[in-house]
Structure formats: C-alpha cells, structure tokens
Design a protein around this ligand. Structure first.
Ligand SMILES: Nc1ncnc2c1ncn2[C@@H]1O[C@H](COP(=O)(O)OP(=O)(O)OP(=O)(O)O)[C@@H](O)[C@H]1O
Length: 363
C-alpha cells in the first residue's frame, strides 16, 4: 500500500475503518494501518478520519498509541499507527475474567497518565472503553482510537451535527447523557466505568434501552464492586467510586488518578472523610438522589478541601485555563457573597440617607 506498507492481516474492524497488522517496508518495522471503510468514503467521513489523525498526532506519550503517517491510497484514507501487539483490555477481560487488583491498578495508572497527557493538550477522548485501551505484550496500557476526540474549545464538542450524543452508552458520563459537552472529567467517568467492568466482569449500568442506560448514569448510584463479587482493597473501591461521581467536579482529575495509583495508596484502607465544609452543597445532578452520598466516598479526594488552585491539585492547574467553569446561578452567587452584599447594601443606604439629610438641610 502507498509504495511503503505491506498489509498482513486484519486485526479488527470499527465503526470507521478496518485495522491491519502491517509492515513499514521503508523503515523495516511493524505498524498498524487503519483504512477508512470504502462505503464511508465521503467528504465528511474523510474529514473525521483526518481529524482523528491530526488529534492523535499531537500526542507523544508512552500511554497513547502513536500516529506515524496519514495519506490516501486508491481513494481510501489510511492512518498508520504504532502496532500494539497484546490486544485490548476487552480481550483481556473476555479471556481471563476480572483482572487482579495489581493489574487493575496498573491499568488505572497508565490509562490516567495517557488521559492526563491528552487533557493537557486540550483534547478530550470521549470514547474511553475497554476496546480502546490496548495493551503491549508486556502489559503496558496505551489509549487508542481518537476517532471522536475533540479539542475543548471546539463548540461542537459533545454533539454530532444531527444532535446525537456520541460515545459508547455503557461508559457515558451523566453530564453528557443530559447533553452537556464532554470535559476532561467525562473521560475520568468513562475510565471509572471501564475499571468497574474490569473488576466485576460487568459494567456498572446495563439496560435493554438506551434511555434506561442514560437514566442510570444520571440518577442511579453504582452498586459497590464488592457487592457484585469483586475483591478490591477498600481504598481502591472507594477511589473507583469517586471516578463514578455524578457531579464532574467531584471526580479526581487524570493527573491525580495517575499519581494516586502510582503511590500504591490503593492497597490501603480508605482515608477518613474530611469534615463537611459549610456551604459546600452544589445543586446539579439529582440533588436529592442517594448518589450524592456516594459521590465522595471514603478514600476519594475531596475537591472542596483541595480547590482548583491548591498545590495538591496539580491536575487542575494544568488544565484549568482550558476548562470553562460552570457559572453559578444567581441564588448561589448571592448566597456565596452574602456578607459582601450586606456591607455594600448598608453602605448604599447610608449614602442615600446622608444625601437626603443634606438636601433637607439645604431646603
Ligand atoms: N494501533 C493498534 N495496534 C493494534 N491493534 C489496534 C490498533 N488500533 C486499533 N486496534 C484494534 O483494531 C480494532 C478496531 O479498532 P478501531 O479503533 O477501528 O475500532 P473500535 O474502537 O473497535 O470501534 P469504533 O472505532 O467504532 O469505536 C480494535 O479491536 C482494536 O483493538
């Protein structure tokens, strides 16, 4: 192909193309070649495919599948990638059943490292699922398939042109289920779903209908993995559930997740919850749902105790300028600034009374 690549065998087929195990005959190394499906060879499919190539080409990281080349051959676009020769995490689960805590922690750390690299570049993956986490033969995990990834400043992020939510329903974050664009935190939710599935054998939520599935993401607390037979250290389980927090701001960042798993803290007991801060209540998803009480489990990072600018919260520091903060409602702002409002109101009253007094005196 293209006077350079010898295609050997099809590895798999996705929504956009088929992936081949191939040989780069110029550089003499094995590669993976993704060919756009011929029945998709229209301008918009080509543009999406090209975007996938351009997005992934911006990332050079040991836990992201590297992009090597892109071109057109016999009217079909192709993308050349590093060959990851150990299969996907989906295959690993199917072949050997739920993963051991050690392997799971390795997957969590390395996938989070790859996500942190993407988020730092302003890229949200939007389709984290077991089939997109590939593994080298030595077990190293790499994130592949940036086919529906978007840059954070892309106004179309989160929706296709027809208004459909894209991404795989089993791993879709609640904020995306209700139509909000994907953010880095949405990738962390998807990673939480994947880790849950790799630990339990089944994803956290399943339903016969797409609506039923979306509803559960938004409103149902996940059943703790140990109640479904998983054997995880308590701290690990607590952290995993924090990734599944309904509210995006309560999830740890990719950077925090990678650091936490690398530290080995997952082997321990959950840390005690810090005392609830007054006025910390936020009101987005299912305020009255039991999920609220699950959202910040023991051992999970407490976002209120580590605000975005704190030195502990390094993950946010790298991405905070890219992530548009949700604007608080008028009532929330007034409540937050009540003391300031009272002082300003008092001062205004005083000035009015003074002016009135002076004008009366002059009259
Ligand atoms: N660089 C790679 N090295 C080895 N295998 C790969 C590589 N990229 C993809 N694959 C494998 O090829 C198969 C198809 O991948 P592809 O990304 O096209 O589709 P998908 O992620 O399964 O589906 P979709 O694109 O519809 O989400 C997957 O099974 C994946 O494991």
């Amino acid at each position: 192909m293209a006077d350079r690549y010898r295609l050997h065998a099809v590895i798999g087929r996705g929504g956009m193309g088929e992936v081949w195990q191939a040989q780069d005959e110029v550089l003499g190394r094995p590669v993976a070649v993704k060919l756009l499906l011929s029945d998709l060879a229209d301008a918009s499919a080509e543009a999406r495919f090209r975007l996938e190539a351009q997005t992934s080409a911006r990332l050079h990281h040991p836990h992201v599948v590297g992009t090597l080349d892109f071109g057109t051959w016999e009217h079909r676009c192709f993308l050349v990638m590093e060959l990851v020769d150990g299969g996907s995490l989906s295959g690993e689960l199917n072949a050997g059943g739920p993963l051991t805590p050690d392997r799971l922690a390795q997957v969590a750390e390395q996938a989070a490292e790859g996500l942190a690299a993407a988020h730092t570049q302003g890229i949200v993956h939007r389709d984290i699922k077991p089939g997109n986490l590939l593994s080298d033969r030595d077990g190293t995990v790499r994130i592949g398939d940036f086919g529906i990834a978007r840059f954070l400043d892309d106004p179309s992020a989160g929706l296709t042109t027809t208004g459909q939510i894209v991404g795989t329903g089993l791993y879709l974050a609640p904020e995306r289920a209700i139509g909000t664009p994907a953010s880095p935190a949405s990738d962390l939710y998807s990673l939480g779903c994947v880790l849950y599935q790799l630990a339990v054998g089944r994803p956290p939520f399943e339903s016969d209908t797409a609506t039923g599935l979306l509803y559960q993401h938004v409103d149902s607390p996940p059943v703790p993995p140990h109640q479904r037979g998983a054997v995880l250290p308590p701290a690990f389980e607590a952290y995993l559930l924090s990734l599944l927090a309904k509210r995006p701001e309560e999830r740890p960042t990719a950077r925090q997740t990678a650091d936490w798993f690398r530290s080995g803290a997952w082997r321990g007991a959950p840390e005690p919850l810090p005392p609830e801060l007054p006025g910390h209540a936020v009101e987005p998803y299912a305020a009255a749902s039991p999920a609220r009480h699950r959202a910040a489990p023991q051992g999970a990072p407490d976002r209120a105790a580590h605000p975005r600018t704190s030195a502990v919260d390094t993950g946010w520091n790298t991405t905070v300028h890219r992530v548009p903060a949700r604007r608080p409602g008028l009532r929330t702002s007034l409540r937050r600034h009540s003391r300031l409002v009272a002082v300003l109101g008092g001062a205004a009253l005083f000035v009015c009374a003074l002016l009135l007094g002076m004008s009366l005196f002059q009259a």
